[in-house]
Design a protein around this ligand. Structure first.
Ligand SMILES: N[C@@H](CCC(=O)N[C@@H](CS)C(=O)NCC(=O)O)C(=O)O
Length: 237
């Protein structure tokens, strides 16, 4: 049985971390049994969440977790995909994880109203006394990372246009298909669901969230996905 180490849920989604939400979504989609635990970062092989342990193997990184699961538990979602579908899925996944992710970071950590909503959730993850001291330091570290990545150097209106371009591209590729690549779910949907839901569920009405919520196909997709894979709330024991 896999133990999934991850962050907490909030705002009606199973995890505040899009990467944790992706990993948990995959496990549910692929029918891999798991239990979930609040992560202790000191035990993380890569110093980030999510990570898993299974029979003495520790795997960090959501994508490496998926690859581990495919090797160990089979590949019920992607085995029949053609090379072009895999390429499309890969590109969408990379956009969401390497670009859109930073827009999520910007809204939560850099925008003052986003930070006001996110701070108490984030503080709740840390031990009470440590939290108050550590959180401002962690915020400075995250803002430095946002600057180093590049997005944090732009003006708010430029950031918004860049984020909208990502969302618009994902909405266009999804179109009116039930899943990213067609009628059947694939591992790429774990990323699409996790990142779009992380934007639409966050309880601050940023222009980025408003734009994402205007994409009706994405909103319906998130609702369908949640209904199908998260209707039972807590993880299967
Ligand atoms: N590529 C990693 C990214 C994971 C990631 O960035 N996780 C964030 C939470 S959403 C984290 O642990 N950040 C802590 C840090 O950067 O120190 C994955 O796919 O799992």
């Amino acid at each position: 049985m896999i133990i999934l180490h991850q962050g907490p849920g909030a705002w009606g989604v199973a995890n505040i971390s899009p990467f944790c939400l992706k990993a948990e979504s995959y496990l549910r989609m692929a029918g891999v049994p798991y239990t979930a635990r609040q992560a202790d970062f000191r035990r993380s092989p890569k110093g980030k969440i999510p990570f898993i342990e299974e029979e003495g193997a520790w795997v960090g990184d959501s994508q490496l977790i998926i690859e581990h699961c495919k090797r160990k538990h089979g590949d019920p979602l992607d085995a029949k995909l053609g090379a072009e579908e895999v390429a499309t899925g890969h590109l969408v996944r990379r956009v969401l994880e390497e670009s859109t992710y930073w827009h999520i970071v910007y809204v939560r950590w850099a925008m003052e109203e986003g930070w006001r909503a996110y701070r108490p959730i984030f503080e709740g993850i840390l031990p009470p006394v440590i939290g108050k001291v550590a959180v401002p330091m962690i915020r400075r570290k995250v803002l430095r990372a946002l600057h180093a990545q590049g997005l944090g150097r732009h003006r708010p209106e430029e950031i918004l246009e860049m984020g909208k371009a990502d969302i618009s591209a994902v909405a266009r590729v999804l179109g009116d298909k039930p899943f990213l690549l067609g009628e059947q779910p694939t591992s790429f949907d774990a990323t699409v669901y996790a990142f779009i839901a992380s934007i639409t569920a966050f309880p601050v009405d940023s222009p980025f969230r408003a734009y994402t919520r205007e994409q009706q196909n994405l909103v319906r997709y998130v609702e369908r996905f949640q209904q199908r894979y998260f209707a039972n709330g807590s993880p299967p024991a």
